[in-house]
Write a protein that binds this ligand. Structure first.
Ligand SMILES: Nc1ncnc2c1ncn2[C@@H]1O[C@H](COP(=O)(O)OP(=O)(O)OP(=O)(O)O)[C@@H](O)[C@H]1O
Length: 926
């Protein structure tokens, strides 16, 4: 089935022979460290012999858990092992950075599933499939796992939520004793054997806290109520009641001490499971109050009394069977406890009603003794199975969380192991079918073909055998024991051939319930029976009118439907396997029977796992999952050259049907496998040819098989691609951020510039306006001043003086003065320059210049003092510069303060256009 992908054969014949023997030698001689091998795939060589030796060595060293690739093998210690399931150990596994590096344990599996849920990698939901034969420790394992989750999946933050979580966990844990009391029984192989399959869904919220649970049960062995194999017992609850009831309760339930019940065999045996108080306490915690409990136990007591009803053969077929001597009392007590009318009860057990004809006439036919027994047993089975279902529904309503409060789940499937007894019937067929389905083996096809056989068609055992043989002729899965006298057929299961007896198979499959029985139970006044058998008026009227009822569902069809439903759920989860192994059939500690263990390893398909591991491929991944997880490795592939792996994959494809939906995955798969050489080369240590060799991968029809190292390599490659992608995303993001920031910066600068320019413009405008105002004011002022000056000062214009020796003023100037004025006019610019020169002429020199300009006699400067213009009547008193650019000679002193500038200006004086350039006081009075 498998195709080798890369052409690397694990051990070549030439080199293999010698090294194989050496390995074996070394391995067998070094027995002591065997118990230290944590994984069965690590034993060298991986053979059944070495695997068994390893398991035995570990068992003897009190090491009960061993990995077998992806499966955990759990050996039943059959003794209490201190600290193996302590809360401290649970926490240790929970807190470990890599729990798989700790010793193999069911807590490793528990923790792994929990972490998978946390990591949210698809499929998020997980399932743990606990399998093994009866007594191997499945229930124990499931119970321990539930306790583990109760510890690790409950770390709520607040005190209130802690209390709620604690209550939920307690309820979930309380469901165990109740279900075990009603669904477990002591069998030859296990004192506490679960007589039903169960799937427990532990519901987790987004914070991975356990918020609730739901239980689904499968195929309760209800026949046990009325029929127990020798040395076996009825369901525990009957014994618990009989042993644990108080005196009052005994009286109420008609269970006097020492009373004998035919459906209560081996009651003298006392088991630790016979603990009535624990069951009652747990029922109370699940919300089943004491009065309801009492009603339940009353009904169960009624069934025990029903089992004591014995019929005698009737001599006349037309007459109903008579009761045996002491049976009358049993009928009465049973009717009393079941709150049924006594006569109708007896009549229903002994007389069959048949409706026939168009008018649906009712015929009453007395039953034979065997038929009476069957009807009695049927009544008990019907009541018990409905009671069990009701209990499960009560448990579910008590522990099930609101759908909105949970998002993920961890499923625990406790399935019956493969069964092969000397006499196998429909129960074994169903159980083994479930095992086949769960193992995904070919017998599923056989059973599908078997539906052609229409097991509900009436036929004798011999006829059924002939029909099965003709329908499945030529199928390799069907065998036939020609020497067998009893009608039977053999199915070659993956775990070995099993012979099924056809006698009673059809009847069992139909599981007929006479409608009279249901109608009778609907008459009961008991509150529990009223719930279990509600009256449906529609159904009643339909029956009376003789209308056809819904087609009867057979046991196989119902079981198949629920199994299909379960498989659908499992297919959507990541499965984890725990294979429980019973080291011996006697339940003795420290006893390891190799033959028994070997047959269990075969039965649970572990041998196949080991064989695959022996070929070096313990990792198996479905094509779909492989492609989904490693599709991104295609990015590593060089675009040009296809790798050598493609060849082997093509071989794999030659067997592949293009019609299957998986065919679409093949190109992708091929692409991924082409990346492997590049990966192995990259991982190789330079110069080490062994390391450079591509790690082996097999591509099967539906799965990819590989070694641990290959898986490691793929994971490393995946991490590398993810890292590259992350870098790429980071780079892109940074670039985007950078560009965004740059854009924002530019926008900010633009806005800032616009605002600044706007502010500047406003400021300049304001300045401009202010300047204009000042300018205008200044101009007005200058004009006013000029006007004032020209009005107030009797000035003599330069041009007038130069052109006309006589001023237009009223008084005539003497000749000397005229000359003087002429000299002044000629020389004043020079004097002005010298007087105002910044450098060179200073102090006295300056004065001299001024005096020279003005032709003043040199003398004490103090003699030249400023006098007001009014004191002067004639002559030039001062020379002034006017705003309009002209020079005026004034004969009077200006009354304007601003013009009071002497040739020696004070640093504090204000100069203006009307500045006195030169002032002369004594010109007219030399
Ligand atoms: N890990 C364990 N440590 C100690 N004892 C164990 C352990 N596992 C199982 N046992 C013992 O083995 C008995 C059978 O185990 P359990 O009931 O779990 O088997 P099972 O596989 O569920 O059987 P069945 O299919 O009949 O229900 C238990 O009652 C218990 O005494």
């Amino acid at each position: 089935m498998l195709q080798q992908v890369n052409g690397h054969s694990s051990v070549s014949d030439a080199q293999g022979g010698e090294s194989f023997r050496e390995d074996l030698q070394e391995f067998l001689s070094g027995e002591a460290p065997l118990h230290q091998l944590d994984d069965l795939t690590k034993v060298n060589p991986v053979t059944l012999e070495t695997v068994l030796r390893c398991l035995q060595a570990r068992y003897m060293a009190d090491t009960f858990y061993t990995n077998a690739g992806c499966t955990l093998v759990a050996l039943n210690p059959f003794k209490p092992v201190p600290q193996l399931y302590s809360p401290e150990l649970m926490r240790e596994y929970h807190a470990a950075p890599q729990p798989q590096k700790l010793k193999p344990h069911i807590f490793t599996v528990g923790e792994q599933t929990y972490r998978n849920v946390k990591s949210l990698i698809e499929p998020v939901n997980q399932s743990i499939i606990v399998s093994g034969e009866s007594g191997a420790g499945k229930t124990w394992t499931s119970r321990c796992l539930m306790k583990f989750y109760a510890v690790v999946a409950a770390s709520p933050t607040s005190w209130d939520s802690h209390k709620i979580a604690e209550r939920i966990e307690q309820r979930i844990l309380n469901s165990n004793p109740v279900m075990e009391a009603f669904g477990n029984a002591c069998t030859l192989r296990n004192n506490n054997s679960s007589r039903f399959g169960k799937f427990i869904q532990l519901q987790l919220n987004s914070a991975q806290q356990m918020t609730g649970a739901a239980v689904q049960t499968y195929l309760l062995e209800k026949t046990r109520v009325a029929c127990q194999a020798s040395s076996e017992r009825n369901f525990h609850i009957f014994y618990q009641m009989c042993k644990g009831a108080s005196a009052d309760e005994r009286l109420q339930w008609h269970l006097p001490k020492g009373a004998a019940f035919s459906w209560l065999p081996n009651s003298e045996r006392t088991l630790e499971e016979d603990c009535f108080e624990v069951t009652r306490e747990a029922m109370l915690h699940l919300g089943i109050e004491t009065p309801t409990q009492n009603n339940v136990f009353k009904v169960l007591a009624g069934l025990l009394h029903l089992g004591n009803i014995r019929f005698a053969d009737s001599e006349d077929e037309a007459q109903p069977c008579q009761l045996m001597d002491d049976a009358k009392c049993s009928v009465r007590t049973s009717a009393l406890l079941l709150l049924l009318p006594e006569d109708p009860l007896l009549e229903t057990l002994r007389i069959r009603t048949i409706r026939a004809g168009r008018q649906q006439q009712v015929f009453r036919k007395p039953c034979s003794r065997a038929e009476c027994d069957t009807r009695r047993d049927c009544l008990a089975k019907l009541v018990y199975s409905r009671l069990f279902d009701w209990l499960v529904s009560v448990i579910n309503s008590s522990i099930c969380a609101d759908p909105s409060s949970w998002s993920t789940f961890i499923g625990l499937l406790d399935v019956y192991g493969f069964e092969s007894f000397p006499h196998n019937s429909l129960e074994q067929l169903c159980i083994n079918y479930a095992n086949e389905k769960l193992q995904q083996h070919f017998v599923a096809h056989y059973l599908r073909a078997q539906q052609e056989c229409r097991l509900n068609r009436p036929s004798s055992a011999a006829q059924l055998q002939t029909r099965i043989e003709s329908a499945l002729a030529g199928r390799p899965c069907l065998g036939h024991n020609k020497l067998s006298r009893e009608p039977s057929f053999i199915v070659v299961h993956y775990a070995g051939p099993v012979r099924y007896h056809t006698a009673g198979l059809v009847e069992k499959n139909k599981d007929p319930i006479p409608p009279e029985l249901t109608r009778l139970l609907q008459q009961s006044q008991d509150p529990v029976l009223k719930v279990l058998f509600p009256t449906d008026p529609e159904e009643k009227s339909q029956e009376e009118q003789g209308q056809s009822r819904a087609p009867v569902l057979t046991v196989v069809s119902k079981f198949k439907a629920s199994l299909e439903q379960l498989l659908q759920v499992l297919h959507r989860t990541t499965p984890h396997y725990i294979r429980c192994i019973k080291p011996n059939g006697q339940g003795q500690a420290q006893t390891f029977l190799r033959e028994e263990v070997l047959s269990q390893l075969e039965a649970c398909g572990l041998v196949e796992t080991i064989h695959i591991s022996a070929a070096g491929f313990p990792i198996r991944v479905s094509h779909q999952n492989f492609v989904e997880r490693y599709e991104l490795l295609r990015r590593l592939r060089p675009r040009t050259s296809p790798g050598p792996c493609s060849l082997s994959l093509d071989e794999g494809r030659s067997e592949w049907s293009p019609h299957t939906e998986e065919a679409a995955l093949q190109p992708l798969l091929q692409d991924i496998l082409r990346t492997l050489p590049a990966l192995t080369q990259a991982a190789a240590i330079p110069g080490d040819p062994a390391e450079a060799m591509p790690a082996p991968v097999y591509c099967g029809r539906t799965k990819v098989f590989m070694t641990d190292s290959m898986l490691e390599l793929l994971e490393r490659g995946r991490a590398q691609v993810l890292e590259q992608c992350a870098r790429c995303i980071q780079g892109g993001w940074r670039r985007h951020q950078h560009r965004k920031q740059e854009r924002q910066r530019r926008a900010a600068v633009l806005i800032q510039a616009a605002v600044r320019s706007w502010l500047s413009r406003k400021h300049i405008q304001r300045l401009h306006t202010a300047a204009m105002v000042i300018q205008r004011a200044w101009q007005r002022w200058r004009i006013r001043m000029a006007c004032l000056a020209s009005k107030e000062l009797d000035g003599v214009e330069e041009k007038h003086l130069s052109q006309a020796p006589h001023s237009p003023s009223s008084f005539p100037l003497p000749q000397a003065q005229t000359r003087l004025l002429g000299a002044i006019i000629r020389l004043w610019p020079l004097g002005l320059v010298l007087a105002n020169a910044a450098v060179g002429v200073r102090g006295f020199q300056r004065k001299l210049v001024v005096w020279a300009c003005l032709q003043l006699p040199v003398g004490s400067p103090s003699t030249y003092t400023i006098q007001t213009a009014q004191q002067e009547q004639a002559g030039v008193m001062s020379i002034r510069a006017l705003p309009q650019g002209s020079i005026r000679f004034h004969c009077r002193k200006s009354p304007l303060r601003y013009a009071d500038i002497c040739p020696e200006p004070s640093p504090y004086s204000v100069t203006g256009f009307n500045q006195i350039l030169l002032e002369r006081h004594r010109l007219s009075h030399p």
